[in-house]
Structures are given as structure tokens and as C-alpha cells.
Design a protein around this ligand. Structure first.
Ligand code: ADP
Ligand code: MG
Length: 383
């Protein structure tokens, strides 16, 4: 049973600290994604787990056994790393069947698994091609198939679907998760695509500048991010700086440029932060803001306002059609620019640039954070 435990894993390259003090447990059978801005240490971390890189400090356990110093071929991992190509002198079939073959599986069992992999990856008609004859995408699919059929119970995947077209990527991530669950594998999957991470994982670890910021289920990270950085990095959020103006019955009132906004989600604050006048950041995702026209027209979510969210007047500044959603920017009368996303059925409904609207912020969707000592910009920056 391959569980993975990282204890204080740190990797330095001279002056550069690529990853620092990583503590993480991945359960047997879990699908975990690692996301984070470019250069934050994702590849370094997954290579430490595989044994390609030795950490400068810290311990790596697979299945409870200390792996420091154990070479990659003895760690029992199947992996897809960008620069580790397929065996160039073997065709797709031989590449994909390599693991079971060296493990001495009987021919029919091996064939069944390899056939299934080739079907799933739509590589059947390419199975006699050599890697150099394949497109980047087909090569990546063959590499994923090889990792899945390697017989390893722990899969380490670094951007395994990155070279594929969107449609294929979406279809394959579904298949990849299905196979991992069906075969009872454990997977650690690095991706820069947060939508992919949400769709495929049981849990997601968010990294920033060599450290893990937060670990949680996709829903947790989206609906209850404990850190401002996560709220900004996963999806989109409006951030409004304000001061606590009072609290009663679990509802906290915050004043943002003089206008009130209410939250029942102050659990992120410590009692000291809820003192009147305390500086906080209120965050709300654009699709949770309710927008109504001054002529009674509304965004269709009036029922979600809980009846008690404060309303701000404002004027639509811009409108962008995103396909399934329309994104508006509204300049509220208190000067705050608020992003609002509505399903595209609102197109043509009259929220035109320049029109007057009312914004309501349902208290259960307003998250409150203590104002970060380093400032809001730095707290959420992905640089
Ligand atoms: P990610 O995969 O998240 O983009 P990496 O793990 O590749 O990030 O890199 C993390 C940091 O470590 C970066 O600043 C990168 O420049 C640095 N780094 C990675 N590999 C090396 C190396 N071999 N030598 C020096 N610095 C490195
Ligand atoms: Mg990388």
C-alpha cells in the first residue's frame, strides 16, 4: 500500500531554495494534485519523491519506508516527467508493455492491461510507431499509458497532459482518474491547470515559493480557502479591505469605504481580529455576487441573498463574454471595483455598460481574513 509521507523536505541549489520545509501526507489510494505558480518548486518536489533528486534535508517515506538514498528504479514508482522520454528504440507497444514484461507477467495478463491502456489513450493504431514518429501529444499519451501499466502502485506525474489539446486533455483526465481508482493506485500529479486539479483530485496541495500554503479538497479550496493566496490562486475573488464595524449572532459587519458588507464566515478571524475597527479583508467570488438592475431586473439568484446582505449601488463599467459566463466589472458608488460573473443567459438582459445596478453580497459567501502584515497585494501575488 503506497502512502507517501514527506517530513520537512528541503532542496537547495546553492543560494536558491527550491522547496523548503515540506510536510505532506498522501494516503494510500489517494489522488493528490500539486498546483502553484511557475517556479514554486512543484517539479523539484515530485522529483524528490521519485528519487531523481535527493533532498538537502528531510525524509521521504513511501509505504512507511524511508526512501532517502534509494534509487528511482527501487522505489516502485511509475512516472511521467517531461524530459524523461519514452525508450526511443522501442515502439509504442513495447514501451507500454515494458513494465509488465520486466516484471515477468504472463503474456495474456500483460496483453489485457496493455490493450486497455492503448484503447483508453486512443493509441491502438499507433502501437507500432516509434516515439520519434509521434506528435508531442501522442508521445505524452504513450508515456501516461506506460506509467499506468508499469505495475507500480504509486504514480508520479509532472504535467502529464500538458502537451494535449483541451478536448483531449479533459477526456483523458477523466480516464486517468478512473484508471487510478480502478487499479487502486496512489497518484501525485503536478499541474499548472487548476481546473484539471479540481476535476481530477481528491485533495490539492497549493504551493508558493517553495512551500505548501494549504492542502484541501477541491471544494474546500474553492469555497473555504483558509489563505488569501489560495482564494486568489484558485478561481477568482474580489478582495475588499475594510474595518470591522460590529458583530452579533455570528454575523460580522465590515465597512468598506463607508459601505457595509456582512459575513457569517468569520471563522478565519481570531477573536482579536473581530474587535471593532480591526482591519480585515472581505473576499467574495464573482459568481456569488448578486446583481440587480434598478428596474427590477435581476441576475436570477435573488433567492440566494439570505435576505440580509447589504446592497451597494453601482454602474457597469465593462462586460466580457466568456462563453458559459459573462463577466462584468461594476464600479460601486463607494469607489470599489467589483467583478460579477453571471451565466450567459444574462446576455442581452440589459446589464449594459453604463447602466445602474445594485450589488448584494450574501453573507454566507463573504469570507473574512485578517489584514495581512505584508499588505494585500503581496499576500496574493503569484510572482
Ligand atoms: P516549478 O516546477 O513549480 O515550475 P521548479 O521545481 O522547476 O518549479 O523550480 C523551483 C525553483 O528552483 C526555481 O526557482 C528554479 O529556478 C530552481 N531550480 C530548479 N532546478 C534547479 C537546478 N537544477 N539548479 C538551480 N536552480 C534550480
Ligand atoms: Mg515544473
Amino acid at each position: 500500500m503506497p502512502s507517501v509521507r514527506l517530513v520537512n523536505v528541503t532542496k537547495r541549489y546553492g543560494e536558491i531554495t527550491a522547496v523548503e520545509g515540506i510536510n505532506l501526507e498522501v494516503e494510500d489510494g489517494e489522488y493528490l494534485c500539486i498546483i502553484g505558480p511557475s517556479g514554486c518548486g512543484k517539479t523539484t518536489l515530485i522529483k524528490c519523491i521519485s528519487g531523481i533528486i535527493e533532498p538537502t534535508e528531510g525524509e521521504i517515506y513511501i509505504d512507511g519506508e524511508l526512501m532517502n538514498g534509494v534509487p528511482i528504479q527501487e522505489r516502485g514508482v511509475g512516472y511521467v516527467f517531461q524530459e524523461i522520454a519514452l525508450f526511443p528504440h522501442m515502439d509504442v507497444y513495447d514501451n507500454v508493455s515494458y513494465g509488465p514484461r520486466v516484471k515477468g507477467w504472463d503474456a495474456s495478463r500483460m496483453r489485457r492491461l496493455v490493450d486497455e491502456m492503448l484503447n483508453m489513450m486512443a493509441l491502438r493504431d499507433r502501437m507500432h510507431d516509434y516515439p520519434m514518429e509521434l506528435s508531442g501529444g501522442a508521445r505524452q499519451k504513450a508515456a501516461v499509458a506506460r506509467a499506468l501499466s508499469s505495475g507500480s502502485l504509486l504514480l508520479l506525474l509532472d504535467e502529464p497532459l500538458g502537451a494535449l489539446d483541451v478536448k483531449v486533455r479533459i477526456a483523458l483526465r477523466r480516464e486517468l482518474r478512473r484508471m487510478v481508482k480502478e487499479l487502486g493506485l496512489t497518484a501525485i500529479h503536478v499541474t499548472h491547470d487548476q481546473e484539471e486539479a479540481m476535476a481530477i483530485s481528491d485533495r490539492i496541495a497549493v504551493m508558493r515559493a517553495g512551500r505548501i500554503v494549504e492542502v484541501g479538497t477541491p471544494q474546500d479550496l474553492y469555497l473555504n480557502p483558509r489563505r488569501l493566496f489560495t482564494a486568489n490562486f484558485v478561481g477568482e475573488a474580489n478582495f475588499m479591505v475594510g474595518e470591522v464595524a460590529g458583530s452579533s449572532g455570528g454575523e460580522v459587519e465590515v465597512r468598506v469605504n463607508g459601505e457595509p458588507i456582512y459575513s457569517v464566515r468569520s471563522s478565519l478571524l481570531s477573536s482579536g481580529d473581530v474587535l471593532d475597527g480591526g482591519r480585515v479583508v472581505a473576499a467574495i467570488r464573482p459568481e456569488f455576487v448578486v446583481m440587480e438592475g434598478t428596474d427590477g431586473m435581476n441576475s436570477g439568484f435573488g433567492g440566494l441573498t439570505d435576505g440580509c446582505g447589504a446592497s451597494w449601488g453601482g454602474r457597469v463599467r465593462s462586460e466580457a463574454f466568456l462563453g458559459s459566463m459573462v463577466r462584468y466589472e461594476v464600479e460601486a458608488d463607494n469607489g470599489v471595483l467589483v467583478a460579477v460573473k453571471l451565466p450567459s443567459l444574462s446576455v442581452g438582459s440589459g446589464f449594459r455598460v453604463g447602466s445602474r445596478v445594485t450589488l448584494t453580497f450574501p453573507p454566507r459567501h463573504v469570507l473574512l481574513y485578517p489584514y495581512p502584515p505584508e499588505g494585500l497585494e503581496r499576500a496574493i501575488s503569484i510572482e
